[in-house]
Design a binder for this molecule. Sequence first.
Ligand code: MLC
Ligand code: AMP
Length: 506
Amino acid sequence: MQNHNLYALFQSRFPADETAAFIETPDGETILYKDIDRLSGHFLGLFEKLGLQAGERVIVQVSKSPAAMMLYLACLRHGLIYIPLNTAYTVAEVEYFARDAEPALIVGDPAREAEFNNLRDRLGIANLFFLDPRGKGSLMQAALAEGPLQHTIERGADDLAAILYTSGTTGRSKGAMLSHDNLASNALTLHEIWGWRPGDVLLHALPIFHVHGLFVASHCALLNGSKMLFLPKFDLERIIELLPQATVMMGVPTFYTRLLGDERFTRDLCRNMRLFISGSAPLLPETFRAFEKRTGMAILERYGMTEAGMITSNPLEGERIPGTVGFPLPGVDLRIADENGTPLPANEIGVLEFKGPNLFKGYWRMPEKTAEEFRDDGFFISGDLASQDETGRVSIVGRAKDLIISGGFNIYPKEIELLIDELPGIDESAVIGVPHPDFGEGVVAVVVPKEGAAPSEEDILAALKDKLARFKQPKRIFFTDELPRNTMGKVQKAVLRETYKDSFKG
Ligand code: MLC
Ligand code: AMP
């Protein structure tokens, strides 16, 4: 039987060259391909010692580091289901995920050790370890005392490799279950269509707790045996320093607007680059054009989501058209449909639906929610509004779901509205995204105070501080006597977005 474990696929592609580097950090830390088996093998030793079984969940909320990458690969090898969490999440937010996923192991940042200990005690989590931004801490200590072991356990195509939480329209997060084959099929396709070639070097500045940085970027590098110049986070200075050594970079649109904002970012700096890829949020056509003017290169925009990885891409060869996300990936069946799932004619706007080998296995322990988002014929309802032209090229024109995407992070207004609405002196609120020069969209809360009450912006922000990750907190709060509603009584968010559209101008 073929082992569908994704790690086995990577392993089969590791370069024969003993000196080939997988990761290089600005601090001079290097991991060679030949060392990946051994380094991840120490974690396998620890997993064995702890008695962790395939199919158990591991929650990881740690800074990006080469060690964190090794931990991810070790989880794949041991058949553990990897659950990465945004490092910005508060412990209150982590608690929700821990209750839902019932992990056998949590790995956290030692900077929040006391809070994690408290969480472990309250939830009865069996194993808690720490890994700091330098790859040190109790996890590493315990792992280095074990192994290294060298198993890559047998996995079937549908066995889960990861659960990535993504919020639903109700504001509560749902765990998207991704199998080894979901990840493998998408990685193989992207490796092929983006023309990865010997000698490619990836500049990796994305976080590794989302699809984009963890799967799309790292998996392509692994399949290609490529080196990743691995930055702990987006850092303009470092990127400018490292670009001449790179050939490929992936980023959210904010990466590209920030680069364009620096005059050192020139055509010469990009002399070895062959591909800039953008996604996770819409790339403005003006950014595409300014980028092309500055560098002579057309950013390749693609479209994806947590539930499926990548779904469409502009072509490597052929025209990349700004404002479009290109063609469905090979193997992806895509249609633009009306609210009943009936396909619409070319160029009409409807909801984008698709299916393919990359499409997830449903939401963790939420069969009803899963059923709601699938059509009877297996198509997944993405919640994105799009059109497709006669040639098959797709344009994302909006969202049917109430979602804000800020700097590539998804923010669900409902989650914030619920928290604001329960504060004293507040009648109701509406949270919207409006144009933001850096993040694409910025979060604005429009709040209706109770009669006679006068809540302040500071009070509201103070109340949200420990409950919500910083990036979700409104960057502006406006007070109003009444929210605009339609005849059905539904808040007209489009009207609010128009009213407050200049909140971040100037
Ligand atoms: C940081 N802040 C943000 C923010 N990121 N606010 C809104 N939106 C964001 N995305 C806030 C912080 O809370 C802080 O607030 C201030 O900005 C500075 O924080 P920072 O940590 O220094 O920010 P910075 O490093 O500059 O981060 C910005 C960023 C980062 C754009 C580089 O957010 C990022 O790496 N985004 C990528 C997200 C991503 O990988 N998405 C992929 C999802 S996968 P204060 O007030 O404290 O100063 C997906 C599928 C697909 O969607 O298709 O790919
Ligand atoms: P997430 O749930 O974090 O995976 O975010 C997925 C969502 O990001 C999609 O449903 C889209 O709304 C959005 N998205 C991703 N890529 C693009 C893109 N290139 N253009 C517009 N929206 C995008």
